[in-house]
Design a protein around this ligand. Structure first.
Ligand code: NAD
Length: 340
């Protein structure tokens, strides 16, 4: 194998360089809301880092970026410790990889939760940023960004300006303490309109809806956030003691009843074939949706299966994100890949 002929010092040098680059790009992306490279470039670099760690397990640092959830917590915001941890998602970049992932997860589920039927809650992967909403006795008391997964940034005042997010839950039956997770985004149409107005005023335009959403939510002044066309769709739940639901899709129905915005695009599917069809369908109509997407997320719908499969330090073992091929490819990192 080719890796055996690479001198150890060269591997170490490449590893250190990759770790530095990933850290630098993550900082620009999560903390400054202004990426230095495209997502496709970043993904390639990150993949190479994972590959290198698999080939040379002895070089993996404890604080490697592959062991951590993306963002750091900026000192500009008060830190918030999530009641229940927030995670990232395992990415797959081809249908073959997705099939292999599904096979492995299905085999594990069959062993670890043999009495549960495995169904795939399939969702579009919204290109925005995650927010964690804490409701106490039905009242929104705190909102935080994901941060490093354990600690996020307090953006409560900014979130209170988002009209779609209820300050008080409707209906009944909510746990006395519940964490609702969702993606804050700027709808594509509103994004174009917002930029048109900026352009007319001779001001700098926003680069893309994802970073615009992140930058808008992470404003120091909530009055600024209030001017931005932010929306949210729910995609998960954290602390939820006492919640009467056996699956994530059932939970979404409860959340809908409590007045929370639930994505219209989610579907519970029974087989890999149906998942592949869902991916094809949304690949075709991705530009007709309300917001931008960069992929599809599949999740084991049953909470019993989710519990049985558990988590790594970075991602759930019961979910995966399929990324559509980039629509615009930059070649700089491809060059790096060829060099090694
Ligand atoms: P991720 O974006 O791949 O996946 C996790 C996140 O997906 C969740 O935290 C949630 O916010 C979001 N999400 C959207 N729809 C969802 C749904 N239906 N269900 C569940 N979650 C949903 O992981 P990440 O760790 O946030 O970051 C990696 C992503 O950020 C990659 O796409 C990468 O390209 C990009 N990134 C880019 C740069 C850059 O420099 N361009 C740097 C860092 C990260």
């Amino acid at each position: 194998e080719s890796e055996q002929v690479i001198p150890a010092g060269d591997v170490r040098a490449e590893y250190d360089r990759l770790v530095d680059e990933v850290r630098r790009y993550r900082f620009a992306y999560y903390n400054e809301d202004s990426p230095l490279v495209s997502d496709a470039e970043f993904d390639l670099l990150y993949r190479r880092l994972e590959e290198l760690e698999q080939l040379h397990p002895e070089i993996v640092a404890n604080d490697s970026p592959t062991q951590e959830v993306g963002g750091e917590v900026s000192a500009a915001f008060a830190p918030v410790i999530h009641l229940s941890r927030m995670y990232s998602l395992e990415d797959v970049f081809s249908l073959e990889e997705l099939e292999a992932w599904v096979e492995k997860a299905s085999a594990n589920a069959a062993v670890q939760a043999p009495d549960q039927k495995l169904r795939w809650l399939s969702e579009v992967k919204i290109d925005g940023l995650a927010v964690n909403l804490l409701y106490r006795d039905g009242q929104l008391v705190r909102a935080a960004t994901r941060g490093d997964g354990t600690t996020g940034e307090d953006v409560t005042h900014n979130v209170l300006t988002i009209k779609d997010i209820p300050q008080r839950l409707a209906g009944a039956g909510w746990p006395s303490e519940v964490e609702i997770r969702g993606e804050v985004f700027i709808p594509s149409e509103a994004f174009r309109e917002f930029n048109r107005v900026l352009e007319e005023a001779g001001k700098a335009q926003l680069a893309n809806p994802r970073n615009a959403a992140a930058g808008s939510l992470r404003q120091k002044d909530p009055a600024e956030t209030a001017k931005r066309p932010l929306n949210m769709y729910v995609h998960g739940i954290g602390a939820r003691e006492g919640l009467a639901a056996a699956s994530q899709s059932e939970t979404y129905e409860l959340l809908r009843g409590w007045g929370l915005p639930v994505s219209p695009y989610s579907r519970v599917l029974d087989s890999l074939a149906e998942v592949l069809e869902y991916i094809r369908e949304y690949g075709e109509k991705r530009h007709e949706l309300i917001h931008e997407i960069d992929g599809i997320v599949i999740k084991a719908d049953s909470f019993a299966i989710q519990r049985a499969l558990g988590y790594t330090s970075r991602v759930p073992r019961w979910a995966a994100a399929y990324k559509y091929p980039p629509e615009e490819v930059h070649t700089r990192l491809l060059d790096i890949r060829v060099q090694v």
